[in-house]
Structures are given as C-alpha cells and as structure tokens.
Design a protein around this ligand. Structure first.
Ligand code: CTP
Length: 396
C-alpha cells in the first residue's frame, strides 16, 4: 500500500452528510489519517461521536478552538488531500467566492493540496445558473468535481444531484494525487468487442467486456491526457471526461481509428476486433424453415486495423496492440507475441492469456509487453487499472 496520507474530509450541511461517514471510513480502511472538519449544519445531520469513532480523530468545527496553535490554517497547511463531501450549493458558492467565515473555509484557503468536491443537492439547485457558474469557476481553478450522480433524492424527486458513492469519491480523490505526466498528450484507446451482423437480430461477437480498454482510458485521462475512447459494446460504463465514440463493427472501428489517429500521440488498440464478417448480411431474419438442418455462413476477412496503422508510422506517435492468446505455456505464449508484433509492426504488443475463465470479465489481468524487436519491456500483474498504468508508462 502507498504511504498514509493526511486527509481532511470536509462535511457540509446536507442530508448526504450521512454518506460522508462512508467516505471517512473508506480512507481509514485504506490506511490514511482522516481529520473531519464539519460545518455546524453538517452536525445536525450526523453526530460528532459517529464521525470521531470512524475517523479516529477529534472532529473540528470551531474557528475559535485551538487559536494558540493557529488551528484555522494548520489543518489545511498540513493536509495532503482535501475532500469536501457533501458539498452543498451554499458551500460551492462559498468555495467559488473564497469565503473564510468558518473552519472549513479557512482550512481550504490555507491548503495547497488537491481539492476534491462531491456536490449533493436537489436537481433544481444543481442546474441553477449560479451553481453552474460556481462549478465552472472551481473546475477552472483545478478543483476536482466528483459526481453528482443521478437518482433518488431526499424527497419524492429524482434526478442529477445525488452525491457520488463513497468508494467512487475516494477513488477520484486518490487519482487526483497521481502525477499528470500525460498532460498535453492526445491518446486514442479502443475498447470492447466488435459485432458483425448476420441479420437484423443476430451477430458474430466475442467475449471482450471492455474493462481493460476502459481502465486505460480512465488512467490516461487521470494522468492528464486528452482521450478519445472508441468503444464497441462495453459491459462497463465509460469513464467521465473522455470523448466517447461508439461503434459496432470492425469496419466502423477502423473508420473511428483512422479518423482519430492522425492527431494522436498514441493509439492503444485494446478492442477485440472480429477478424471475419459474414459476406452477406441478410436483410430479414434468417429462418430455419428456409435453411433446413444446416446453415453455412461464408465469412470474409476484415481489415487489420493495427497492421494498417503501423504500416504508416507517424513521427512521435506510439502504436500499442494487444494479443489475446489461449496458449497455456509461458514460453510459447511469448513466442506467439513476438511473432505477432513482427507481423503487425506496432511499437509494442501487450500479450495476455485468455481462456474460458481468464482475461475477459475479470477485474485482474497479467500481461507481458514486448517491443517491436521482440524484447520484453515490462511485465504487469494486478488490477486492470494497474496494468493500464504500466502500459501508459511506455509513453514516457
Ligand atoms: N486487430 C485489429 N484489426 C483486426 C484484428 C485485430 O486491429 N482485424 C488488433 C486488435 O485490436 C489487437 C491486435 O490486433 O490490438 C491483435 O488482436 P488478436 O485478436 O490477438 O490478433 P489477430 O490479428 O486476430 O491475430 P491471430 O488471428 O493470429 O490471433
């Protein structure tokens, strides 16, 4: 685990304050030191003993407590990370204007740590022009905004305004601390699996879930890159903050890649692309009465997008391919990878093993990355996010 961080969890007065307990708990469980700064109204929603028990530290509220230790700025000065969850419309307005009329305000103003804010309010308040402008101001200053999600609110209403879930807030907050080493780079990522139609209701597809490609897009975006995600049938949500272009077939994916690639600094081809498509797509549903006991499908080759891209290299652009192989033996797997990188001509090839139970819908991945010359440059084994970060490190 990474070094423990000193995290200030600021809680303002909205009903979602009860979920802030989960935010503090999640940081503590991940080994970090939590100091809760709650506004007076936050403590009407959630009790001080709860927050103190969960954070394992006294809860700070009073501007005039600890004046001798200059407490109103000390907490902010010593924080590695400041998270405000929930941030009410009122708190957002105060943050945007730089108010320092309570301990949360002074703490934030005195801090140079990344500031992560999780808004929570009724939809009308979230959509109000004043709130929109406050959010835009905060974003411009580099404040990280997480959520809000859309869903049930406190009354009978539902819509955008629900605070993001604690785990998501903590993930986003920790991501805000990562270096933005890919700032200014434009990265195209393909993800998911293409589907080749047979008729209006059927297709030939594959088991790619899109998880590894989505993890790549999210990691690149967190590290400051401008990301175009060309996605085919993702089973997981696309990350926010990336430009999403949805495609269905290999030919559409090819068009998407060729359109985005000229201005890219890197293209990462994580999508599982169908090598063949039905020669003829039936206009109407194929009927078994007409086919009888056997049906023969004639397939034709799809273009190899990775090979095509690699055949016209652009100075400074890195092209990374994936090789999904079912070979069980490590040495033979590597040989397949070496042969494939030579055949495709890409700069790097990420070789991973797939099988009935490996590779696709899992949260983890184990890969070996080979260069065009066939040398092993990296091995990575971990969550798909960790593998994504190892792949992106190749772009340094
Ligand atoms: N790929 C592609 N266009 C295709 C097929 C694959 O661009 N028509 C890309 C994939 O996105 C991946 C890499 O090529 O990055 C390798 O995909 P894989 O399915 O492992 O290889 P194949 O080309 O299918 O080779 P083989 O049939 O030998 O396994």
């Amino acid at each position: 685990m990474s070094d423990p961080l000193r995290v200030v969890v600021g809680i303002s007065g909205g009903i979602a304050a009860y979920k802030a307990v989960g935010v503090a708990r999640e940081f503590v469980l991940r080994g970090h030191e939590v100091h809760v700064v709650a506004t007076e109204s936050a403590l009407r929603f959630v009790g001080r003993p709860t927050l103190e028990a969960i954070s394992r530290n006294p809860v700070e509220t009073e501007l005039f407590d600890g004046v001798a230790e200059v407490r109103h700025v000390a907490l902010g000065q010593s924080a590695d990370l400041v998270v405000v969850a929930p941030a009410t419309a009122n708190t957002l307005a105060k943050l945007a204007a730089g108010f320092a009329d309570d301990l949360l305000g002074t703490t934030i103003l005195a801090s140079t740590a990344p500031l992560v804010v999780a808004p929570a309010m009724h939809t009308e308040m979230w959509q109000n022009a004043a709130t929109r402008e406050n959010i835009a101001t905060l974003r411009r200053r580099g404040v990280h905004i997480v959520g809000p999600a859309s869903g049930h609110l406190t009354g009978n209403d539902s819509g955008p305004g629900r605070m993001a879930e604690p785990g998501e807030i903590v993930d986003a907050a920790l991501a805000a601390l990562r270096p933005r080493d890919l700032a200014g780079r434009r990265i195209v990522v393909t993800a998911g699996g293409t589907r080749e139609p047979l008729d209006p209701v059927r297709f030939l597809g594959n088991r790619s879930s899109g998880r590894q490609g989505v993890a790549l897009a999210e990691a690149a975006s967190d590290r400051g890159a401008e990301v175009v995600l060309i996605a085919a049938h993702l089973e997981v949500p696309a990350p926010t903050g990336v430009e999403l272009r949805e495609v269905a077939t290999a030919e559409q994916l090819r068009e998407g890649v060729l359109a985005a690639a000229p201005s890219a600094d890197a293209v990462v081809m994580a999508a599982a692309v169908a090598d063949y498509r039905p020669e003829v797509v039936s206009e109407a549903k194929i009927k078994k009465e007409q086919q009888g006991d056997e049906l023969t499908l004639r397939l034709v080759r799809n273009p190899d997008i990775l090979a095509e891209l690699s055949a016209s290299p652009v100075e400074g652009r890195v092209v990374i391919g994936f090789a999904a192989e079912t070979e069980g033996d490590d040495a033979a797997l590597l040989e397949l990878g070496r042969a494939k990188v030579a055949r495709k001509g890409c700069d790097y090839l990420v070789v991973n093993r797939v099988g009935w139970s490996e590779g696709f819908a899992t949260e983890r991945n184990a890969v070996v990355i080979v260069s065009r010359a066939g040398d092993i440059v990296t091995r990575a084994d971990g969550s798909k996010r960790e593998v994504a970060d190892a792949i992106l490190d190749l772009l340094h």
